[in-house]
Ligand binder design. Structure first.
Ligand SMILES: Nc1ncnc2c1ncn2[C@@H]1O[C@H](COP(=O)(O)OP(=O)(O)O)[C@@H](O)[C@H]1O
Ligand SMILES: [Mg+2]
Length: 349
């Protein structure tokens, strides 16, 4: 269990104090996979590094498994930190050591006997499917295999908590999926608590139970992943979800979109279907009832934590009054309509 209680952290740069995270309150329950998502520079790494005191918060409390880390003496802090494993985007393996000896390192440093190290490590190499690679050097491994070594090493001290700082960001989509499945498997078999940070919504969608959105150092939304997907509150959240659920508009259209309405320009709408509307014939009703033409540019239906959610991007053509009535109709039917811009007549939509 992790509790961050009103954590603040600023960096000093050229004699100026720059806040990186502000008033962070967060609880990660035992056995939970909790994701913090945010853009680059939002403060994600700072936040996660505060959990094992790689960064010391300026104020607030860090509670891990009931211990107030900032109040521990150095010996107790070292012991508490051994129960917090961490993995990184760039693996941080020692190139001169084999897989086995990379994984063994934390136990060697803690003075364990060779036999007890072997007893601890062999099951971890099996769990991470690295038995046949135990004598290989990092340079002989793929990115996914390197990350599995880093995961096995993080588990060597038998932690209760695993922190992951963008662990899949350097990997291709297929390898990302296999690493995420491994993390989930580890949570299930070892009953670990996992806090991960990422800028990729797909990571959150694939393995997280709950998610918090970090923007400019502040947590602006915290929810179960299913609720976050179907009821995003902020435009940042909506954009993250859209990025996971459908590609952004084709460049050719995006480039020509006008910000304000003009004659001979048609609204481009992003529709969010929820509360069962994802499976109703709402678009054909629009055309029939309001005499508007609807071009579908993109559409996707997603199933996240048993919730159904659809996103669609459409262009609506017709008289202004008809379009307004059509948008009202959508709202009445629990379909959120956001205007992304206006597409001029002369581009092909
Ligand atoms: N060691 C540091 N010294 C000064 N500024 C830093 C340092 N580390 C991070 N920052 C700044 O703090 C903010 C948050 O950074 P970071 O936590 O790395 O964000 P993220 O991981 O979301 O990209 C950024 O503005 C970054 O430039
Ligand atoms: Mg970072």
């Amino acid at each position: 269990m992790i509790t961050l209680d009103d954590i603040n952290k600023s960096y000093i740069l050229h004699n100026r104090s720059i806040p990186a995270i502000r008033s962070i309150n967060l609880t990660v329950k035992p056995g939970e996979i909790f994701g913090v998502i945010g853009k680059s520079g939002a403060g994600k790494s700072t936040l996660i590094r505060c959990v094992n005191l790689l960064e010391t918060p300026d104020s607030g409390r860090v509670l891990v498994d009931g211990k107030d880390l900032m109040r521990l003496d150095p010996t107790s802090l070292r012991a508490a930190r051994r129960k917090i494993g961490m993995i990184f985007q760039h693996f941080n393996l020692l190139s001169s050591r084999t897989v086995y000896h990379n994984v063994a390192l934390p136990l060697e440093l803690a003075g364990h006997s060779k036999q007890s190290i072997t007893n601890t490590i062999m099951p971890l190499l099996e769990l991470t499917e690295l038995l046949d690679k135990k004598n290989a050097y990092p340079s002989q491994l793929s990115g996914g295999q390197k990350q599995r070594v880093a995961i096995a090493r993080a588990l060597a001290s038998q932690p209760t908590i695993l922190l992951s700082d963008e662990a899949t960001s350097a990997l291709d989509p297929e390898t990302t999926l296999s690493i995420l499945q491994l993390l989930k498997n580890i949570r299930d078999t070892l009953n670990l608590t996992i806090l991960l940070i990422t800028h990729e919504m797909n990571v959150v969608k694939t393995i997280c139970d709950r998610v918090a959105l970090l923007e400019k150092g502040t947590l602006i939304e915290t929810n179960t992943v299913g609720e976050f997907f179907i009821r995003p509150q902020t435009s940042t959240a909506k954009n993250f979800i859209a990025s996971a659920v459908l590609q952004h508009l084709p460049d050719a259209i995006q480039r020509h979109l006008l910000k304000l309405p003009e004659t001979n320009a048609h609204p481009v709408l992003r529709l969010w279907f929820r509360q069962g509307t994802a499976t109703q014939p709402i678009i054909s009703m629009l055309s029939l009832q309001f005499n508007v033409h609807v071009n579908i540019l993109q559409a996707n239906i997603e199933y996240v934590q048993n919730q159904v959610m659809g996103i669609m991007i459409i262009v609506v053509k017709g008289f202004d009054a008809s379009i307004q009535s059509a948008i009202e109709y959508l709202k009445e039917h629990y379909v959120d309509a956001e205007v992304l811009g206006y597409a001029p007549d002369n581009i092909a939509v």
